[in-house]
Ligand binder design. Sequence first.
Ligand code: 25A
Ligand code: L14
Length: 332
Amino acid sequence: MSAKNVAVVGATGAVGTEFLEVLEKRNFPIKNLKLLASARSAGKTLNFKGEKIPVEELTHDAFKGVEIALFSAGASRSKEFAPSAVKAGAIVVDNSSAFRMDEGIPLVVPEVNPHRIREHKGIIANPNCSTIQMVVALMPLHRAATIKRVVVSTYQAVSGAGQAAMDECVAQTADYLAGKELKIAKFPYRIAFNLIPHIDVFQENNYTKEEMKMVYETRKIMEIADLKVSATCVRVPVLRAHSESINIQTEKKLTRAQALEILGKAEGVKVKDDPSQLQYPMPIDASGDYFTWIGRVREDISQENGLDIFVVADQLLKGAALNAVQIAERLL
Ligand code: 25A
Ligand code: L14
């Protein structure tokens, strides 16, 4: 396996810094690593394998010689700069929503639809974080029992909105405890000691864009064009790791025991489920971890073939940087 020239776009951000960690930890074969961010960060250095690497400004000419470009600097930057990276000969793994629903652009979770990777024409899209952890849990159950309908509510960490949003949650909490006035910038309302049932912009159908991403992206990744999905996405004052309560209707009945057995063998999944020992997954379990944690598995008492599960994953890792690096590893 020959080492590659790799660029990280948005290297200074919440996801960008995780890219560096994951590339280092997984010993991704890198010949030369280029760190790109906005002009604001140019000249800063970041550590990689004990070396200090300078951050350069993202420009259209920045991709000369780059073979793999990992993008996480927001959708508008991806739309503007990913084509330049492709033109320079790089394969782009893009973490933004810019290209996910474009026909012909693979939208990949390696545990679910790795076969799509080879269809790329330069860009591979990394799905929305909430969708990634959901499909990791759903696909093995679908293979066993055919899923017909999914109802999901999310409890999304503030880091999903970037580093500045994390800083705001911490600052508001400290200010609240100190009896000071709270500064509100990244979210429409205070997030400290609150929750906000609104992530991304509202759509005409009164769902938010984040909720509709979970509908459309799930269908594309699982390759079930008519899968029924309804989502409610909620921001909670958790720093890291998104949680999801998922209700599933299947064609074939699955007992709790069968579901636990299937999930126990599923790729990328850790089952933590023992009510008698108070064992269930929480954000503190999944933070910093590569696995999708599943628990609270139970048969839905309100319908024939229904399951309820609770799914937690680190959205900066499996929901973003790790999933993208796993895609890049398969490209090698
Ligand atoms: O809405 P959008 O455009 O789609 O953007 C979505 C944002 O969500 C995050 C990510 O924010 C992204 O920008 N994100 C996306 N997917 C995510 C996921 N799955 C996700 N977060 C969690 N989970 P971020 O803050 O983590 O990263 C931003 C990175 O993008 C770089 N960037 C921004 N504009 C750029 C650019 N790079 C090139 N050209 C541009 N025009 C950004 O680099 C960062 O690496 P930076 O140099 O702009 O930021 C360095 C540090 O500066 C601080 N900062 C941020 N905004 C300001 C600021 N400082 C002063 N003023 C500001 N206005 C930050 O703390 C950052 O660390
Ligand atoms: O589409 O928790 O990748 O704010 C990633 C972060 C959607 C919102 C995406 C969050 C975004 C999400």
